[in-house]
Design a protein around this ligand. Sequence first.
Ligand code: GDP
Length: 300
Amino acid sequence: LVRLRTRLARSQNSLGKGLLSLLSREHLDEDTWEEIEETLLTADVGVAPTQELVERLRERVKVLGTRTPDELRGLLREELITLLGADLDRTVKTESPEDTPGVVMVVGVNGTGKTTTTGKLARVLVADGKSVVLGAADTFRAAAADQLQTWGERVGARTVRGPEGGDPASIAFDAVKEGIAEKADVVLIDTAGRLHTKTGLMDELGKVKRVVEKHGPLDEVLLVLDATTGQNGLIQARVFAEVVDITGIVLTKLDGTAKGGIVVAVQRELGVPVKLVGLGEGPDDLAPFEPGAFVDALIG
Ligand code: GDP
């Protein structure tokens, strides 16, 4: 939580603090409500959620009458948490219902932080006492397999890889096979995110998925999105959701943007919860997404 606070504080504070100071104005006239709306839109919250939130805030402020700073803070906190989806199940499913390793597939456009996220996630799992096998199925980006293997060596997870430009599906298949043979707890598969054509991506990811499912069901499909790309991220999300059943979102680089509202927008877009957030490039910079802690970091 402390890390989340400091990391977010650097980039996001303006959003929460801005909202709070606008709400604290003595006269909440139309101009102020418009400013509140603009603040939310600028932070990538999205049009519909912004309107809903502003409506709820207006209603509640009216009911409240006179406002103390604490009341306003509490009210804003509650409404932001509701907006972020307080009750969504954000557990990353790393356990298989069968007697086989849990299989997690990590997808997303190259450069969003897929490989880094896979490495960080492996680290969390290993620290949790789990044995992890990594599948380097991103054979498109030349350095991806090396990068993943370095993470694996660092955290203590074996990496299954193939020749450069090799068949991602066959590497994914081998990684799961290896996981089963080693009686590993979890297999994490890093995939390639070529978005040049939708059919290309669909063929490739679809094949990886089908091949992996020969061993058993996929337990989690995490879509990695770069929080700094805003609306572009939403477009990517839409394309991936057409190709595979996304079960969770990882929003990376939240340390580098003031647009934390993208959390709301992307959850709405996919109907899937943000489960993890990336807060930096270091090995410990992956955190579970908790709306309460997130909002506290926002409004300080
Ligand atoms: P991939 O192509 O999707 O596998 O992307 P990489 O995992 O290679 O990450 C691309 C760049 O983003 C690297 O320089 C990472 O260190 C950086 N990166 C990944 N996650 C985060 C994050 O949460 N915050 C920051 N600031 N950088 C990140």
